[in-house]
Design a protein around this ligand. Sequence first.
Ligand SMILES: Nc1ncnc2c1ncn2[C@@H]1O[C@H](COP(=O)(O)OP(=O)(O)OP(=O)(O)O)[C@@H](O)[C@H]1O
Ligand SMILES: [Mg+2]
Length: 290
Amino acid sequence: MSLVIKKLTKQYNQHKSGLTDYSITIEKGVLGLLGPNGAGKSTLMKIIATISKPTKGTLFLDGEDIVANPDKIRKILGYLPQDFGVYPNLNAYEFLEYIAAMKGVGGSGLRKRIDLLLEGVNLTADAKRPIGTYSGGMKQRIGIAQALLNDPKVLIFDEPTVGLDPEERVRFRQLISDLADDCIIILSSHIVSDIETIADEVAIMKNGILLNKAAQPDIIKLVDGKVFEVLVSNDEIAGIRTKHQVIDTSRQKDKTRIRFITRTGQPEMGAIAVNASLEDAYLFLTQNNN
Ligand SMILES: Nc1ncnc2c1ncn2[C@@H]1O[C@H](COP(=O)(O)OP(=O)(O)OP(=O)(O)O)[C@@H](O)[C@H]1O
Ligand SMILES: [Mg+2]
């Protein structure tokens, strides 16, 4: 399965574009979309989910034009929007039955599937309570469950881990890796560590433009050998900022530990080379370009 997107532009109005000339090919597996607020992650996901139409450009799923024929992808799509709303008076069972009816999913297996999904997102014990009484993270989990109702082959999760506690994040990761073998899964986040643990490939974007898309190790290679840490006194920090890209600072008694990407190729005196992370590469790409 492959989704081929070419020169996609979304112009919201005269002054505002969500995506500009965005081209990407997405294959089976988990793709993480990473980018700061306003990068165009939700815009891209809405267009793939056929909720929004592109201003220009083409999207082909296995050779089928999904702008001209949105039904092709809708049948096999699971989508969790960023602003997922729930019906507060329905309980989890009723809500999932309602969504199933809308998606045309039915049959004798439905009850079992709903049970399995509720188990998968750890909501079995709360399934009979109105969703309006759920916590934010529980609402998010019912959103994840509804996206999986029709056994989708293309799964789009816009900020799925928002509001999930660490335990539920692990559970979500497990759910995704169980599905990843024969689906296209696209998820967005601006939390690098979430993407790091789930995604096979990462697409880093900013201001509606794709900066880079590759397997995680290849993205990290961009900053390999350029990341250092050094312990300095506070009056040295400003000087380091002028020479290098400071990634992180942490106070340690009267000193500060600085993690930086060298711009000069020369590390500071006393700096030690450290292993580059996805976060280093992400900040390197998003803070330096555009
Ligand atoms: N309906 C709309 N009308 C006008 N501009 C919009 C609309 N939706 C999004 N935009 C603009 O398009 C750009 C991309 O927005 P988008 O929501 O796709 O970003 P995002 O990467 O999902 O950001 P976030 O991390 O905040 O969710 C932003 O500049 C945003 O202001
Ligand atoms: Mg968004």
